[in-house]
Design a protein around this ligand. Sequence first.
Ligand SMILES: NC(=O)c1ccc[n+]([C@@H]2O[C@H](COP(=O)([O-])OP(=O)(O)OC[C@H]3O[C@@H](n4cnc5c(N)ncnc54)[C@H](O)[C@@H]3O)[C@@H](O)[C@H]2O)c1
Ligand SMILES: [Zn+2]
Length: 403
Amino acid sequence: MAVKEQDVELIVRQILDQMSGSTAGAAPAAKASGTGIPSTAHVAMLTELEKFEIKEFPMPEVGDDDILVKVEGCGVCGTDAHEFKRDPFSLIPVALGHEGTGEIVKMGKNVKKDSAGKDLHLGDKVVTCMIFKDNPDITMFDLNKQNVGGADVYGLLPDDDIHLNGWFSDYILVRGGSTVFNVSDLDLDSRILIEPCAVLVHAVERAKTTGILRFNSRVVVQGCGPIGLICIAVLRTMGIENITAVDGNQARLDFALRMGATKTVNFMEHKGIEELTKAVEDSFDGHLADFAFQCTGNPKAHANIYKFIRNGGGLCELGFFINGGDAQINPHFDLCSKEITLVGSWVYTLRDYATTFDFLKRAKGIGLPMADLITDKYPLEEINEALKKNLEMTGLKIAVVNK
Ligand SMILES: NC(=O)c1ccc[n+]([C@@H]2O[C@H](COP(=O)([O-])OP(=O)(O)OC[C@H]3O[C@@H](n4cnc5c(N)ncnc54)[C@H](O)[C@@H]3O)[C@@H](O)[C@H]2O)c1
Ligand SMILES: [Zn+2]
């Protein structure tokens, strides 16, 4: 069930191969625009393993279909940390950062609408998306089956003579044909959180396909890192109120309550799976869960979670973005005889991305502390520290925010 790490690398490599050539050829121009746009831009370029250098490049010409964006901030993703540490996609030198957002400062004469058909104007705040506009239902899972040439995955593009290819920068050139959304009605923190939140909007959509998740369901969310915490927030905003969070980290469990969990279970306080299952059952006044979301990358946690679910219940496994090893379950006791409906979830579709904008507004509207998920903000010059902080795993969401 888990996707092998090599598979992820192969898929990304295929996309990059298909894209090569699509971005080359545009000549940079060093002249200032005379509209307050500086004549040069700064890009955090990963030049060797664990080393970003801030490089200065001439501001490129903005073609008739292009958009020049002044970057406000960009979240640090596990993929960035992966590249920083190992460069599995052989991209160095590369301008990373795909969870970014900023303001349109210049756009070509043909640019009128975003990928959702919304008007675009100077001063609008935008985001790009890793998933492509050709097919709104495409997910990363489909990429190895379909030809998706022509897509620009900003933050994972090979370097070219434009250089402004990633969001860890002060300017980025969004080229014609790319997926771009006008998100001017979201604040900066919300915009930085769009990408990880889309993962959970997708997971909940997958869960809904089972027909088991309902308003009055008893739901377990196992794992309270950013992914589990956002999962709780998505469930809460859709009106699900009976949520038990499971983790071994008390501070994260306390945060889960602020995000909308009703009860918490600290697995460190319970010996063995039977005692742990009893604690989950007690949290639902003597009932097992109707539905569970598995949000850790720990195979043991995958094996455990079946015990928390009632006969006929459902499970969404989304904790293994990359291969975390094999899990041992008993297919008779855990799956067959309980008639569990299991769905896996990976990344998101373009449609989920757009749904996420509304989720973020609803979350803010009901007072969920989404912004507190961003525990550490670093200026662009301190990007090496930001990546190291991400690898330390002592914060929740780490972001680079321009002054
Ligand atoms: N499906 C997707 O598309 C997708 C996207 C992004 C991330 N992910 C995956 O989601 C997982 C969670 O991401 P994150 O950023 O929140 O990670 P994280 O490491 O910050 O959080 C994981 C949490 O799980 C807890 N945990 C570990 N073992 C546990 C156990 N046995 N029982 C209960 N809790 C346990 C940890 O204490 C931690 O708080 C990762 O493994 C990541 O690969 C999946
Ligand atoms: Zn990401």
